[in-house]
Design a protein around this ligand. Structure first.
Ligand code: KIV
Length: 285
């Protein structure tokens, strides 16, 4: 078996992602949670598939991302892995899987790589995660950072609030980004922050920034699969662009299915199996 040739196959690696920034090429990223969503996202040519802990809300119906466990995430990560050929698959470390101590965090990340088949992990938080990032990177695990409106800090933030609006908090975000870069992250998600700070951070650090609700100056953009396709229930933040309203399309299809059964229109003759008239005649005797 050859270990060479990722460039020839077009496989996206963390190095490819980093080279995009140097070449000034935008990075595309999206979440996916299962085999069909991963196949569709991969086949659309998206660079990074994040197995996001947003699946806690959008797939499992929890109120926030705090409830999902590493064992849950591993089931979805494996399905995404099976559906992905080209994109870089990043596993979101769920709340609690990296908070207790570095040993447990390393153990969680190793499980993600070995059992979930992800190629990198994402952790939320600023400079307080720097030592952990160093530890993971030292142990061959690429890490994506995530600062700004970090949903796992919901209770600490007192709700989902745009971060970095004051001078002090903006300076803190810049400091976080620089410290995480030095610690070894390969890319940084900037969520729910003013465009101006995202732009400053993007200029200040040499690794790519991937924005979500952080304006257009980031090196790439990420959204939640279900939001983009109109498959989420409840409030949508203003940064979400819904490219299609799949919920309505699915609703129309399901309503029609119910009606067709009730009116005897489903199944049609062409959707039914038949036996020869001869056998039917004998059976009826
Ligand atoms: O879990 C998630 O969906 C995320 C976002 C950055 C897309 O973390």
């Amino acid at each position: 078996m050859s270990h060479l040739g990722t460039e020839a196959t077009g496989k996206i690696t963390t190095q490819v992602i980093q080279s995009r920034k140097q070449k000034g090429e935008k990075i595309t990223a999206l979440t996916a949670y299962d085999y069909p969503s991963a196949r569709l996202v991969d086949e659309a040519g998206i660079d990074i598939i994040l197995v996001g802990d947003s699946l806690s809300n959008v797939v499992l119906g929890h109120e926030n991302t705090l409830s999902v466990t590493l064992d849950d995430m591993l089931v979805f990560a494996r399905a995404v892995r099976r559906g992905t050929k080209r994109a870089l698959v990043v596993g979101d470390m769920p709340f609690g899987s990296y908070h207790i101590n570095e040993e447990r965090a390393l153990e969680s990340a190793v499980r993600y790589i070995k059992e979930g088949g992800v190629e990198a992990v994402k952790i939320e938080g600023g400079r307080t995660r720097a030592l952990l990032v160093e530890r993971l990177v030292e142990n061959e695990i690429p890490v994506m950072g995530h600062i700004g409106l970090t949903p796992q800090s919901l209770h600490k933030m007192g709700g989902y609030k745009v971060q970095g609006k004051t001078l002090n908090s903006a300076q803190n975000l810049i400091e976080d980004a620089v410290t995480l870069e030095h610690a070894g992250i390969f890319a940084l998600v900037l969520e729910g922050i003013p465009e101006e700070i995202a732009c400053l951070i993007t200029e200040r650090i040499s690794i790519p920034t991937i924005g979500i609700g952080a304006g257009s100056h980031c090196d790439g953009q990420i959204l939640v699969y279900s939001d983009l396709l109109g498959l989420t229930f409840g409030h949508q933040p203003k940064f979400v662009r819904k490219y299609v309203d799949l919920k309505s399309i699915i609703n129309q299809a399901l309503t029609k299915y119910v009606l067709d059964i009730k009116e005897g229109k489903f199944p049609a003759d062409s959707e039914s199996y038949h036996m020869s008239l001869e056998v039917v005649t004998k059976l009826k005797r």
